[in-house]
Design a protein around this ligand. Structure first.
Ligand code: 13P
Length: 281
């Protein structure tokens, strides 16, 4: 069933596990993720960035695709369809109107007052329609959708101010994680993470899940992270297999065989990732 993330994440926060957010890129990606999460009987959040939405045709196309796949494949696990890093009220509104059950409004490139103003507008529209809202404080750096940005860490004070002013449902505080690959060991501020988690009643989100070693993922979950976003990891696993396929089979031209050669790699990584996250229903 298509749900917002509240039921998934409130329980995850209470019981110290994390729900995976996997970014989707196309129909195959969505199908593989839904099939594997159903197979493992775990909840999943499908994340759609603005770039991915544009690539796939738009929010209506994606919403129809996800609902269709869930029906045709008999998907019964809780699935949340979520906008990843929505940059404006209009993006979030369009996704909600198309049937998304959750949105992230990322107004973190603005100052705190402006971030609050935009986030409040999104929360008002979303909550009236039973849709959950994630926001970002500080700014998560790295590269996503081919856009590179610089990181600024969140402070407890800013997180509290934004939460109290907006009543968001989850928060992604920038605490050292970055999108894409890390240069060296990720340097996560677990101390601030712990304090933010103590002070705020809502679940916390860790972006940039690719490349964070297992012990740091475990520590993040212990310190209140309930949702972990993964994108690059599955892309790397898939493209490695597709490259191998093309290099070893010079006759192949059927796109289903080329794209499908990465299916098992994606499913295998999902299994490993959610074992680490201790995800459960
Ligand atoms: P990675 O690409 O580093 O896994 O980050 C994904 C993410 O945070 C999406 O919001």
């Amino acid at each position: 069933m298509l749900v917002n993330f509240n039921e998934m994440l409130l329980n995850a926060k209470k019981e110290h596990y994390a729900v995976p957010h996997f970014n989707i890129n196309n129909l195959e990606w969505t199908k593989y993720i839904l099939e594997e999460c159903q197979n493992l009987n775990i909840p999943v959040i499908l994340g759609v960035s603005e770039g991915a939405a544009k690539y796939m045709g738009g929010f209506n196309t994606i919403s129809g695709m996800v609902k269709g796949l869930m029906k045709d494949l008999n998907i019964t696990i809780p699935v949340c369809l979520h906008v990843d890093h929505g940059q404006s009220f209009d993006t979030c509104k369009n996704a909600i109107d198309a049937g998304f059950t959750s949105v992230m409004i990322d107004a973190s490139r603005h100052n705190l007052d402006k971030n609050i103003e935009i986030t409040r507008e999104v929360v008002a529209y979303a909550h009236e329609r039973g849709v959950t809202v994630e926001a970002e404080v500080g700014h998560i750096g790295g590269t996503e959708d081919n856009i590179t940005s610089t990181e600024t860490n969140a402070t407890l004070e800013d997180c509290e101010i934004l939460y109290n002013a907006t009543q968001i449902d989850s928060l992604a505080p920038a605490l050292g994680s970055v999108h894409g690959f890390y240069k060296g060991e990720p340097n996560l501020d677990f101390e601030t993470m712990h304090i933010i988690n103590e002070k705020l009643p809502i679940p916390l989100v860790l972006h940039g899940g690719t490349g964070i070693p297992a012990d740091k993922i475990e520590k993040a979950i212990t310190n209140g992270i309930s949702k972990i976003n993964i994108n690059t990891d599955l892309q790397v696993a898939w493209s490695k297999k597709v490259r191998e396929k093309l290099a070893t089979d010079s006759e192949v031209y059927d796109p289903r065989k080329i794209i499908g050669s990465g299916e098992e790699a994606i499913k295998e990584r999902i299994k490993e990732i959610v074992t680490l996250f201790k995800t459960k229903i």
